[in-house]
Write a protein that binds this ligand. Sequence first.
Ligand code: HAM
Length: 446
Amino acid sequence: MTTLKAVRGTRDLLPPETALWNRIEATARAVFARYNFGEIRTPIFEDTGLFARSVGEETDIVSKEMYTWEDRARAQSEKPQSLTLRPENTAGVVRAYIEHKLGETGQLQKLYYIGPQFRRERPQKGRYRQFSQIGAEVIGPPSAGSESPLRDAEVLEMLATLLDELGITGWTLEINSVGSSADRARYNEVLRAALIPVAAQMCGDCQRRAVTNPLRVLDCKVAEDQAIIDALPKIADSLDGESKDHFAAVTAALDKAEVPYTRNYRLVRGLDYYTRTTFEFTHGGLGAQNALLGGGRYDGLSEAIGGPKAPGIGFAMGEDRLVLTLLAQESAVPQVLADAYIAPLCDEKKPDVLVLVSATALFLARELRRQGLRVELGDGSFRLKKSFEAGNRTARHIVILGEDELESGILTVKDFASGIQTKVPRAELAAFLSQPSGEPAGDSTS
Ligand code: HAM
């Protein structure tokens, strides 16, 4: 029989690496709390139309990367609903904002999320078909200040703080402005005209985009096309006065807050909902998939999916890429050792005693765990040598529980780091095991 494996582009995450994932998520939650964000959890699948209308029909994500299927119709007369595993979370958050009438609070909504997203891309290092994003959105009615450039700068400053607190060094922030939707429409036409004489020399995707959605040409990664793309007109020259002023206010705030950035005129991002500020944080250590995170402003998104005017700005970090970067920096995730390995030991010719010793070991483990210690429970069938080997692999101390210890209530504890063996009364065991390794206390016997 063929063995079943995780589906291409999906992965199992195992300890000790999962400890790193948890640390990243805990740090993100702590930073988001300091900036007064609350958590939102939206469904993992949505109506397909949501992504077509927000991310955009012509984008790579919607046109070729979504996991879409037809649900069973509820009644024979009904058309089956088309459903899609979410390829990103901004559309779902804005749908929830509209559905729950969050705009009617008159407040700015500051929402963060952590969870899996799905895109049928070609898997490679840092690019998976199921990946996890840590993202946040700031959205609200214009009266709540949602259009203010200060919101953009605050989000970017928060990201710089978060990456620093995660211990990620050497990141680069690239920013751009794609202007209002009118600016973008104007630029699209300028690009369309500029592409006519050169498109034939470009890759197949670019030739198609030059006609359907010229802006997407700027996303092209094909090496031979780069010189042509660099010579195309820049979006900065198509921005109106308001968009230029908005962008100038964002960069002025970043300068004042000492957040370093570089301007990248080609950063238009692969999703259609962006307006004005767009940004990416990249990291040189990631290889081809070098974007740690991406985001931007989406002032027309709510209206595009049938909601009220609700400008917003947000980002999503690729959690898989944060992990890769930290692993490369730290080289290995240290294994977490238990505080104690409890070894029930007994002469195998005395099965009654073995049952009693094992049962007492479980009770002792229960007592210690209730006091907050990390405890590994051994097995009564193990001999002394096997217990020591298992203990040494998993814990800082081994606690021997044999017939003698059962009677006396005094346990033999060995600290693996120092090699010191100590007799410890049961009532003092938790306190003893809580001490850092290699610092013996009490009555050392060897
Ligand atoms: P995005 O640029 O498509 O934006 O994705 C954000 C980040 O998710 C990327 O920078 C990358 O780190 C990670 N990512 C994307 N695809 C994959 C993949 N296949 N495997 C691993 N990581 C991946 C968005 O998703 C927008 N919703 C961001 C946003 C929020 N804009 C405004 N608000």
